[in-house]
Design a protein around this ligand. Sequence first.
Ligand SMILES: Cc1ncc(COP(=O)(O)O)c(C=O)c1O
Length: 376
Amino acid sequence: MTAFPENLIAKILKRKQENALRSLGSNYAKVDFSSNDYLGFSKTRFQQHAGVSDGSTGSRLLTGNHQYFHNLERFLSEFHKVEAALVFNSGYDANLGFFSSVPQRGDIVIYDAFSHASIRDGIQLSNAKSYKFKHNDLEDLKKVLNTHKSHLGNLYVVTESVFSMDGDTPDLQAMVELTERYDAYLVIDEAHSVGVFGEKGEGLVQRLNLQHRVFARIITFGKALGCHGSAILGSEFLKVYLYNFARSFIFTTALSPHSIKVIENRYNMLNHHSPDSFYQQQRAQLLRNIKFFKATLNSLGLDKENYVPSDSAIQCILVPGNENVKTVAGTLQSAGFDVRPILSPTVPKDHERIRFCLHSFNTFDQITDVLKHLIH
Ligand SMILES: Cc1ncc(COP(=O)(O)O)c(C=O)c1O
């Protein structure tokens, strides 16, 4: 075994001292209040068809571009009411590919201060300048837009329809109107909204009928759809541009035919939207659970200043300090709940939190129980 560099050991030790060292744990036996499997879809069994292989054999620009991609992308563009869809290996890859390749030198990207790491990493790889605006604060966004309104390059504005670490939602309607006034291109990451919001789980943008006024949407299949992969939704031009310039699309092995069939299967479940379909039952139960969680928070007096208001499946209670939040999470874990502490630097210092991900399969008793443990 070769020696490990001293400077990297020092970084690990520093993280440890700050109580922020990440570990690869597993809590599978516990009650799940932590995964993104909001509808329990990851547990549905998909019968693999004979002849559908497990490997794609190459990048999509070489041998990996099997017919299943074309079928899925055509389906996605119809389902999501958009001209074109391009499938990526993950939401991380999609954001990295989009933000590193679309905004050019001379352009400006204006992003919500709480944007996901994949958006920030993409922006960092880009030659464009970037500025953040205060989280979900349209007045602040307006200020930043005003500062740059005479800029000659393109303006891109990016937000999430459900924020991954807060579960809250910006005023998308107002944001569309604002960005239109400034001729800015609006990009919305819908990772945590697809499957949960919209009659058939189309996401919040479509629920608000804003799909024609958004430059691009990033959707992921690893959250409510319970499988893996992602897509960027936009114009045919955007699609052609991305498969020519987005390096995280070009220089990687494509998803396998099997993976694509699983995504297709999950969308078929969304598409069967009669009230007694498996999907609609799960979605209705998830929405009931979100309501029940919030009502219980209220009755226990937990929805005061430390609660991050949210109507989504992601619900957070702030517990400032890495050590404190770890202790609280440890108590809940010892009581049998898979609840994770969210530490800084993942969230800003003093905004550490317990993050509850709610699911269709959580029971009212489990919700009451976990919240009661929070106050003991
Ligand atoms: C808002 C947001 N965008 C993108 C991603 C990345 O998606 P994926 O897990 O498919 O890589 C995540 C996942 O954590 C996310 O929360």
